[in-house]
Design a protein around this ligand. Structure first.
Ligand SMILES: [Zn+2]
Length: 160
């Protein structure tokens, strides 16, 4: 069975700043009010016959959202970003542009880019592990990271 959570209506949202290094327009710092849609397939189980308890699933997604909320998203695995410091401040160069940001304003992410595409993979990987830890019998997770209404990227992970 499949369950679906709409991020706008279920309030799975975060606002964050980012940039896409070397991209013409997205290479400048800008922000989005993101919302996160979740599609999940698995076997019904337990006393209530749930695939996953909606409340539990929403709180897990919200936890990831809250870590990113009101932060500058920094992709640690981006080849165009030359990091100089990741301690009290995050200092780096991209080409001839220099950046220095307070560490508490940033979240450092182990991903190559903060595109909607890579953020959707980031969410799926964390959520998959969390759900497996809880013993959910899930076969497919899809996360759509929307950068606004009508524009998003979806990543699907499936296991037998
Ligand atoms: Zn953007």
């Amino acid at each position: 069975m499949k369950i679906v959570i709409n991020g706008i209506h279920a309030n799975l949202r975060f606002s964050a700043a980012h940039m896409i290094p070397e991209h013409d327009s997205c290479g400048c710092i800008h922000g989005h009010s993101y919302h996160v849609d979740v599609h999940l397939e698995g076997k019904r189980s337990g006393k209530f016959g749930f695939v996953v308890d909606f409340k539990e699933l929403k709180s897990q997604v919200k936890e990831i959202c809250s870590q990113l909320d009101h932060k500058f998203l920094i992709p640690l695995e981006n080849d165009s970003i030359l990091f100089k410091s990741l301690e009290d401040s995050v200092e780096f160069n991209i080409g001839d542009k220099e950046y220095k940001l307070p560490i508490q304003d940033c979240i450092l992410l182990p991903i190559p880019s903060t595109s909607a595409e890579d953020l959707s993979i980031y969410f799926v990987d964390i959520l998959w592990d969390k759900l497996k830890e809880k013993g959910a019998d899930i076969s497919v997770i899809q996360i759509c990271i929307n950068e606004g209404i009508g524009q998003g990227a979806c990543y699907t992970l499936s296991h037998d």
